[in-house]
Design a protein around this ligand. Structure first.
Ligand code: R5P
Length: 285
């Protein structure tokens, strides 16, 4: 592997333990102002210190992330369909590699849609993007998208999609966790990371998902909604991070979550107390 490509990949999947925590905030590219990502800067800023890398579009990167903060960027470069349109698989490459270089990104990301109407176009785009990325030493993350058909998320389908992504040259694959996930990972010769998907019912569900995926061989997470749609996003990312990097158990991750949650609630209470007018200042009025 070329030095530049290897170096960029090492910013995303840490070579010490071959794991990584990627924070996904690219949802607006087809969902618009997703709940709790309405003002991207507000959602992203507190989480940045705990993310190994950040996955997003150039628009949100330029407008909502401080260029002085040295977080490795995984740039989504595909798009072209919206949640209210006819076919989510109708995507093309929308951002050039020249632009990605200008933005100093560590990887390019695009979706492939296996079994969907635009399967062919998305696969050819992946091949072309890998060709271009390789030329400049930029790795490519392939996202195995399922569109609105969340029920597609089983080992047979995801195993097919992940393997095909790797065959087309993707350096990293993002997919969903499923039963028999080890089959998906074993048959994919490049690192596999998992998306969180729509918000789960409890924090424990998220920690179990993360833990089980890693046990089955995943190299980490590219997680969004289950972190920033939680009322305590910093506590969530820190707990997920502990599972990924410190081999924390589900129980330990939950303890981390509860501890940070209670500390932040106490801080909030103290701030509210301070901002209340005192008896003295009230009587002056
Ligand atoms: C979906 O295609 C987007 O690329 C998201 O980055 C991905 O789904 C991960 O985010 P979440 O954990 O919210 O599913």
């Amino acid at each position: 592997m070329d030095w530049g490509l290897k170096n960029r990949l090492a910013k995303i999947i840490k070579p010490q333990n071959r794991r990584g925590v990627m924070l996904a905030v690219d949802h607006g590219y087809f969902l618009g102002p997703t709940e709790r990502l309405e003002v991207p800067r507000k959602t992203i800023a507190p989480l940045l210190p705990f993310a190994d890398s950040l996955m997003l579009t150039r628009g949100v990167l330029r407008t909502s992330v401080d260029a002085n903060f040295p977080v490795p960027v995984v740039l989504r470069v595909s798009g072209g369909a919206s949640i209210i349109g006819k076919d989510l698989s109708n995507e093309s490459i929308t951002t050039s590699v020249k632009e990605a270089i200008r933005l100093n990104v560590s990887a390019l990301a695009m979706s492939i849609f296996i079994g969907a109407p635009h399967e062919h176009e998305s696969l050819v785009s992946l091949g072309n993007l890998v060709n271009e990325g390789e030329e400049y030493g930029i790795p490519v993350l392939a996202v195995t998208a399922v569109g609105k058909e969340l029920e597609k998320r089983d080992a047979r389908y995801l195993g097919l999609a992940c393997r095909m992504a790797a065959e087309f040259g993707a350096h990293l694959v993002k997919t969903y966790y499923c039963e028999n996930f080890e089959k998906v990972v074993t048959a994919c010769p490049v690192p596999v990371i998992i998306a969180g998907g729509p918000k789960l019912a409890t924090e424990l569900d998220v920690f179990n998902l993360t833990h089980d995926a890693l046990q089955a061989g995943a190299a980490g997470v590219d997680m969004g909604r289950n972190i920033w749609q939680n009322d305590h996003p910093v506590a969530m990312i820190k707990a997920v991070r502990a599972i990924v990097h410190q081999k924390a158990t589900v129980k330990e991750a939950n303890e981390i979550f509860l501890k940070i949650k209670s500390e932040s609630s106490q801080n909030k209470d103290q701030l509210q107390q301070k901002s209340k007018p005192t008896q003295k200042s009230k009587s002056k009025k």
